[in-house]
Structure formats: structure tokens, C-alpha cells
Write a protein that binds this ligand. Structure first.
Ligand code: AHR
Length: 490
């Protein structure tokens, strides 16, 4: 097996929006309580935030963090998480059947987000609530007027507005599991009116309307079309969500998951453009892939978790090497679609289907998927290039899947070309030839690989990590590997 990658610096896909590699913190499981917030932890700051977790999030430089849900947001009263902590109500969170103490809310989360250097992508509750509470939350967060909700924020100790730019109009409102799920038209009308009053409250915000909650949703297509027809002039992005898993233990098919992500993006883009044409509009709706990841390992064990406890260990998938490779292919897919996908959120960030895990009172550790995610954050900066990857394919799960999945990014500032490549073969290393049309020198080759696709990390041992490959005349993409190749342009 071998592979040739051809590209030209002139053939651009588009500039990568820095928000493409965002993440997500939901009030779910141990993401907030015991994740970012653990007042008794030895590294906790005066506000109760874990210093070790914060350091790792800062090191990653996560550009945007979606909050507070997720399914959680569809039953959430944002006021419960503001003001005097001693007076905050303990509530039943129906989405995850757990107890929410409200010791962290937007007051605290915005402080934490500021420390990370990332911006917040704030979701409003369009399940049990609607336009009124959404506009009040916008005023609370961003208001500068001498009016009730902006004053409430000031009284709570925050003179300066939080300045939250990016807002989600609810979450997965098409899903039967959602608190107060809606039909396409019901949601479209609700979202449109909420969008109007939110933008009238602060005309500088950007809005993301809910698309389908997954690529197989029964209302897929009708949902997008209806939402776009009703909301077109008032929204900026349409969302996509999808999770992948190796449920049948068919690694060859599972490693091809990104083909589904790519086709999902292309199909939603086509619907956006269809509605644009129908409306004879100059405005382009872009995409926000604001939930994506591998999620399946914890599905069965989660059924055993008792209800109505605080911060139960839900959705604590422990990832292995093959999951890291799948995450790598999903990242390359986002890069290759960056002309339309402007925002992406790896769901989630800490403990809940997450790259970062914590022990209560103990250490923080990195899952296998941490590495491809951190590489994308660090090296996928600049302009994504069109790329021709000539490689053999195999058939699995009824699909023809190329052995090599790659994307390329031109970093003009650094005069560097970065190639991201996954070798899906479980048998063969793959020699790589390149034709970049310019003279380059390979200066670094980072890889995540190993002999055991099922190797996992834990608090005790990191079996899957990044390694720097010694450079030689020939580039080899090891079997079952994620690779980052950094070339200096001469
Ligand atoms: O990320 C976990 C859950 O997945 C989110 O709460 C929901 O939006 C999705 O179904």
C-alpha cells in the first residue's frame, strides 16, 4: 500500500474559523461538579474551580465552550444559577434524572471561561421556556441599560456585561428525548420569535438554530427546511449533532465513521442553499457542528446509575486508540468542510464523553482522544487546502472506505504546511508521497499509534500518547495511526 497527496497552495477551501475546534460543558454527570468545579480539591481557587483542569483547558486554548446544555438546558431556569449561592434551589434535572444544586450558573461559568481564554456559546431554554426568558437572559448577560435584568447582574456583583456573542436557540428540539420536543413547524416558529427578541435586546449577537439531532433523525430534511424557511433572516448558523460508536465491534467499518459526517454536512449545506435560492437571498447560512464525538462505551453502565444524585458518573466513556483515530478523521472532515462549518464543539470537555478526566480529590488525566483534538487546536491554523489523496480503499459496513484520510492547512504566518492524516489500515504501514507544487522540508512528524486498537489510558497509565517520529528520507504513516506532518515552505 502507498499513498500520494497532491495539493497546491492556490487551491483553497477556505480560512479556518478559530471556533471550529470548540468544546462543550453541560450540567451533566461530573462535567461541572467534580470536573471544572470542586471546591475541596487541593488545586481549587477561591471560586472553587480546579486549577489542574483549568491549566489543561488553557494549554489546549479551547476557543469556544458551549454551555449549559445539551438536553439539560431544555428544563433549565437560568435565574436559579445566579446571585447568592446559599439561596439557590436544588432542583430535579429531568433530562439526566439527577439533582442540580445550582452552585454553578452563568455568574460562575463566565468567570471560569474568562480564565480559560475561550468565549462562551450560550444556549437558551426553548423547551419548557421561550422568547421571554431568552431575551431576559440576553439582557442579564449583555445588557448595558439601566433596566431590571442588567441591574440584576450588577447587583450580583458584575458591573461589566459578560459580552456573550454566540447563542444557541435551544437544543435538539427534534428529539423525542428532549424536554418539550417539538415538531419542525412548532420549533421553527418558536425559534424565529425568540431570535427576533434576542437580537432586539442585543443586535451584536449571533444565533444558531437547531438542526437535526443526528444524521438519521426521522425528521431530517423537513426539519432543516422548515426551520430555515421560518427563521432565515434572523439566524446566522444551523446546527448539526452526531455521535459515533463501534457498537458491533467492527473496527474496519467504525474507522470509516467520518464518511457519514461528511455526507451529513454536505446534505445540510445543500438544504441551506436550496432555501437561499428559494428566498432569492444574498445571505448564506453557515453551519455549527456543535456536538460531535464518539459516544457508546458508557451506554450500558449508565443504566445502572441510581437516579436523583448529585453529579453521578454519567457518560464516562473511556476511549481507546481506535476512538482517537475516529476523532482524528472527524477533525480532518471538519477541516475539509471549513468553508461552511464555522463552529464545531467536541462534546464534551471534562469527564462527560471527554478528552479530559478527573479523579475526585485527585489527578487530572488525558484520554486518547485528547491528542488529535489538541493537535487540531495547535496546528490547524490558517487556510484549509483542497487535497487529492490517492490511496487504496477497502469495503466495510457496506461502504468503500479509503485507507488514508487526510486534510491540509496552509499557515501563511508561519510559512508552514500542515498535513493531518489517518492510516485506517490495521495491517500495513503506508509510505507517503507528496506533490505540493512548492519546495518544502518536513520538519516534524507527530503520531498517535500502537499495536492494540483497544488500548486505553487511565489515571494510572497513558498507554496511548503522542510520539515524535524521527525524520528520514521517506515518510511512513504507521498502520492504525493519526499523523501530523509539518512542512516548512522554502
Ligand atoms: O452531549 C450529551 C448529549 O447529547 C447532549 O445533552 C444532547 O444535546 C445530546 O443528545
Amino acid at each position: 500500500m502507498n499513498c500520494t497527496i497532491k495539493l497546491s497552495l492556490k487551491n483553497e477551501i477556505g480560512k479556518i474559523d478559530k471556533r471550529l475546534f470548540g468544546s462543550f460543558i453541560e450540567h451533566l454527570g461530573r462535567a461541572v461538579y467534580g470536573g471544572i468545579y470542586e471546591p475541596d480539591h487541593p488545586t481549587a481557587d477561591k471560586n472553587g474551580f480546579r486549577g489542574d483542569v483549568l491549566e489543561l483547558v488553557k494549554e489546549l486554548k479551547v476557543p469556544v465552550i458551549r454551555y449549559p446544555g445539551g438536553n439539560f438546558v431544555s428544563g433549565y431556569n437560568w435565574e436559579d444559577g445566579t446571585g447568592d449561592k446559599a439561596l439557590r434551589p436544588r432542583k430535579m434535572d429531568l433530562a439526566w434524572q439527577a439533582v442540580e444544586t445550582n452552585q454553578v450558573g452563568i455568574d460562575e461559568f463566565q468567570e471560569w471561561a474568562k480564565l480559560t481564554g475561550g468565549e462562551i456559546m450560550m444556549a437558551v431554554n426553548l423547551g419548557t421556556r421561550g422568547a421571554d426568558e431568552a431575551r431576559e437572559l440576553v439582557e442579564y448577560c449583555n445588557g448595558t441599560t439601566d433596566t431590571h435584568y442588567a441591574d440584576m447582574r450588577r447587583k450580583n456583583g458584575f458591573e461589566e456585561p459578560f459580552g456573550i456573542k454566540l447563542w444557541c436557540l435551544g437544543n435538539e428540539m427534534d428529539g423525542a428525548w428532549q424536554i418539550c420536543a417539538q415538531t419542525p413547524y412548532e420549533y421553527a416558529r418558536k425559534a424565529c420569535e425568540a431570535a427576533k427578541v434576542m437580537k432586539w435586546t442585543d443586535d451584536s449577537i449571533e444565533l444558531v438554530a437547531c438542526g437535526s439531532s443526528n444524521s438519521n433523525s426521522p425528521t431530517f430534511g423537513v426539519w432543516e427546511e422548515t426551520v430555515l424557511r421560518e427563521c432565515y433572516d434572523h439566524i446566522d448558523y444551523l446546527s448539526l449533532h452526531n455521535y459515533y460508536g463501534n457498537r458491533d465491534n467492527d473496527s474496519a467499518a467504525y474507522l470509516g465513521s467520518s464518511l457519514d459526517m461528511d455526507s451529513f454536512i454536505k446534505r445540510v449545506t445543500a438544504i441551506c442553499d436550496k432555501v437561499k435560492a428559494e428566498k432569492n437571498s444574498d445571505k448564506q447560512i453557515n453551519l455549527s457542528f456543535d456536538e460531535w464525538n464518539v459516544w457508546f462505551h458508557s451506554n450500558e453502565s449508565d443504566k445502572e446509575i441510581p437516579k436523583w444524585t448529585v453529579a453521578p458518573p454519567q457518560l464516562e466513556d473511556i476511549y481507546n486508540l481506535e476512538d482517537a483515530l475516529v476523532v482524528g478523521t472527524l477533525l480532518t472532515t471538519l477541516i475539509k468542510n471549513c468553508d461552511r462549518v464555522k463552529i464545531g464543539c467536541l462534546a464534551q470537555l471534562v469527564n462527560v464523553i471527554a478528552p479530559i478526566m478527573t479523579e475526585k480529590g485527585g489527578k487530572v488525566w488525558k484520554q486518547t482522544i485528547f491528542y488529535p483534538y489538541s493537535h487540531a487546536l495547535k496546528f490547524a491554523r490558517g487556510t484549509a487546502l483542497q487535497i487529492k489523496t490517492e490511496a487504496e480503499s477497502y469495503t466495510a459496513g457496506g461502504k468503500e472506505i479509503p485507507y488514508i484520510e487526510a486534510a491540509a492547512v496552509y499557515n501563511e504566518e508561519e510559512k508552514e504546511l500542515v498535513v493531518f492524516a489517518v492510516n485506517r489500515s490495521q495491517k500495513d504501514d503506508c509510505p507517503l508521497d507528496t506533490d505540493f507544487g512548492v519546495s518544502t522540508d518536513l520538519i516534524r512528524h507527530l503520531t498517535v499509534t500502537g499495536d492494540d486498537l483497544k488500548a486505553e489510558n487511565s489515571a494510572k497509565a497513558e498507554r496511548v500518547t503522542e510520539t515524535e517520529i524521527q525524520l528520514s528520507d521517506k515518510v511512513i504513516l504507521p498502520k492504525q495511526s493519526w499523523n501530523v506532518l509539518i512542512y516548512k515552505i522554502n
